[in-house]
Ligand binder design. Sequence first.
Ligand SMILES: Cc1cc2nc3c(=O)[nH]c(=O)nc-3n(C[C@H](O)[C@H](O)[C@H](O)COP(=O)(O)O)c2cc1C
Length: 359
Amino acid sequence: MSIAKECGSYIDFNEVMQMTDATALEAWNVTATDFPRSRTTREQLAYLIRYAILAPSSHNTQPWQFHIGMDHIDLYADRSRSLAVIDPDHRQLIMSCGAALLNMRVAVRRFGFTGQVEVMPDPDRPEFLARIKLGLPVTPDKGDYELFDAIPQRHTNRQPFELRPVSYQIADQLSKAATNEQAWMIRLHPDAKQQAAELIAAADRVQFHDKEFRRELSQWLSPARSDRRDGIPVEAKPGRPIMNAPMVVRTFDMGNSVAATEHGLATGSPVLMVLGTELDEPLDWLRNGQAMQRVLLLGRTYGISASFLNQVLEIDRFRAEFAQLTRRAGYPQLVMRMGYGPPAMPTPRRPVEDVITWK
Ligand SMILES: Cc1cc2nc3c(=O)[nH]c(=O)nc-3n(C[C@H](O)[C@H](O)[C@H](O)COP(=O)(O)O)c2cc1C
């Protein structure tokens, strides 16, 4: 059991697990030993989707659909699950799908195939994000196994982290992992961290002041003991559960208290990482989503936890100001705090049957 002090209250990991409906968490019980190795390619492809759906997604919207063909999976963005207020261009939605795609690529490799991915294959159908095939047989290496094992161990961890620093060596490896996915990742300089925290807090105040933002957020918060299969359980948010109750979030402008919490998390975390891309088009968002997930999984293999402070990139003027802090050209896409934290709880997933269509 791990107990962490958070905003004057305590999160008790075991208690939280008991509060969440067990069936909503069953997706996390997936095991490699059940991979249907001697069955058809279609059945094997369907098994990979069990790993895809464990990817993070903004507000846990799980905005993806998978069509299974004879020898491939087609990944589609499900725009019916978009967030009109914080993500009107579907930037985060496509990044979330990118994370699901990366999980599939990692799983394909672990099960002994090279994988073949064609991204955005049809310009007339922008929601068709990728086609994945198993490819040729290959022998996975230690790194492939470790990355794969990290998939069900990764959870967004919004609790405070230890002061223990993340070594430059690990931070460099994480940045290289992002570069390999055609994105960039920089560690914010300590001087820039304070300015970043202030911008993050300012963005919180602006967002919480907006009724439409509060309404959208409250729709994706699920109350304690809910059997809902999407959205963020209130227990996964820091602070007292009552403060996170959907009705309270919708009704009151808690901008100042949220801003203070997030400011503290930003300055108190060993590192703030910014992931970004050279351009700002859907293909870049898909790449960035894959980079994010590769970084998160690799980080997990070193015992590193992460959570997001993305509000600052959800408002154009703050995003432009934040871009200056990175001291490089390009578009910041995600802000993540990283460090060593207590265990974090899994969040629900929709049943895999709900996101698969057989062609
Ligand atoms: C593109 C993207 C943006 C996100 N932005 C935030 C954010 O600004 N604040 C936050 O607390 N969580 C953020 N998250 C985390 C999601 O809320 C989280 O992934 C989701 O609730 C599922 O939980 P899990 O990551 O523990 O599986 C983001 C996730 C993604 C993929």
